[in-house]
Design a protein around this ligand. Structure first.
Ligand SMILES: Nc1ncnc2c1ncn2[C@@H]1O[C@H](COP(=O)(O)OP(=O)(O)OP(=O)(O)O)[C@@H](O)[C@H]1O
Ligand SMILES: [Mg+2]
Length: 347
């Protein structure tokens, strides 16, 4: 197991004014799975390649168990990367593909055969040793790519959007398989994704990168309850942002005065709360209850999205369809915002 530290890591490609990765700092606990989350172009692959040794950083350091590996050749770092497009060797059998890393390490043939069978068993593809990659489905090829990475027992597993070429069903299945194997082997893993749900389901901790900068690094639930800033809240599906002032446990805004959780930051800022935490109907004690008018109602299948006007502010709510069946557009509807579900962004 390996602790990964990324310190001040920066990559500036020649001819570009903005750094692709700017002063990134991350500590990844030994044996944990961290999701590197962010939109296309935010620098995820660039970061992974620098850790794997496929790309030289412009500045900063990368440490495995507190030892800098910057000057160590990629093949000697013990970090393996699995890519979105599998990259299997087409003319080799599955056994040769999976055993490749062991062969170049001059491991005994009999041991290679045994390890290959074991690892194919682990990714739930037993008995396919003699097939070629072209004879496998995309999901199977990705499992072979995973097996090929795992067979060398790497110190660090770097998965770069390994599920994004697969259909939803396969993605869920493989996601669970990766989590399962990662926990069994206790291998420190960085999982790159632009899918917030995938990050939340898989990871012990999530690192959100926007515009080449780390915005927040925390347990998944913190992104919902205590987002670092508006862009972070929006990336995680936040839709309600109301300007005002936080003081003495109360938020004062045009729509009224609302009680805040005791740890809410103070000062001029933006009140945020998640659509699924807006309660339709008045609170029993009347706390944080506002009079609103329903302006829009969209049935989404398992949930219903409501737009509610409170003065000039529009609040978005997500409700259980059964709970809001009776409400009609243009109707007056009270709503309540439980204090514990509110947060204030002051930067
Ligand atoms: N070899 C390169 N030369 C110049 N610019 C590059 C190079 N590789 C990447 N970039 C730029 O660096 C930025 C980050 O790219 P990167 O591939 O790391 O993004 P990403 O987060 O992995 O995106 P995606 O989700 O689309 O894979 C982009 O603006 C990209 O155009
Ligand atoms: Mg990428």
């Amino acid at each position: 197991m390996t602790h990964l530290a990324i310190r001040g890591l920066t990559k500036r490609f020649s001819g570009q004014t903005e750094a692709a990765v700017a002063d990134l700092n991350l500590e990844i606990e030994s044996g944990s799975l961290v999701a590197l989350l962010g939109p296309s172009g935010c620098g995820k692959t660039t970061t992974m390649k620098m850790v794997a040794g496929l790309l030289e950083p412009t500045a900063g350091d990368i440490l495995f168990d507190e030892k800098s590996i910057i000057n160590i050749a990629p093949e000697r770092r013990g970090a393996v990367m699995v890519f979105q497009n599998y990259l299997l060797f087409p003319y080799m059998t599955i056994a040769q593909n999976v055993g490749y890393g062991l062969k170049i390490r001059k491991v005994d043939r009999a041991i290679i055969d045994q390890r290959v069978s074991e690892i194919l068993e682990m990714v739930r593809l037993p008995g396919i040793e003699s097939r070629r990659p072209s004879e496998l489905s995309g999901g199977q090829q990705q499992r072979v790519a995973l097996a090929r990475a795992l067979v060398v027992e790497p110190r660090l597993l770097l998965l770069d959007e390994p599920l994004s070429n697969l259909d939803a069903h396969l993605r869920f299945e493989l996601r669970d398989l990766i989590r399962d194997i990662q926990q069994k082997m206790g291998i420190t893993t960085v999982f790159v994704t632009h899918d917030q749900e995938e990050a939340v389901v898989l990871a012990d901790k999530v690192a959100l990168i926007l515009d080449g900068r780390l915005r927040q690094y925390a347990d998944a639930d913190v992104f919902y309850k205590r987002p670092a800033d508006e862009a972070t809240a929006r990336f995680f599906g936040g839709q309600n942002f109301i300007s005002g002032t936080s003081a003495n446990g109360t938020f004062e805004a045009a729509l009224g005065s609302l009680k805040l959780p005791s740890d809410a930051p103070e000062g001029t800022g933006i009140l945020t709360f998640r659509p699924e935490n807006v309660r339709i109907g008045a609170a029993a004690d009347g706390e944080n209850t506002l009079q609103a008018k329903l302006t829009d109602k969209i049935f989404l299948g398992t949930q219903t999205r409501l737009k509610l006007a409170v003065g000039d502010d529009i609040i978005t709510a997500i409700a259980n369809p059964n709970d809001v069946e009776g409400y009609l557009v243009d109707q007056e509807v009270p709503l309540s915002l439980p204090p514990a579900t509110l947060w204030v962004l002051t930067k």
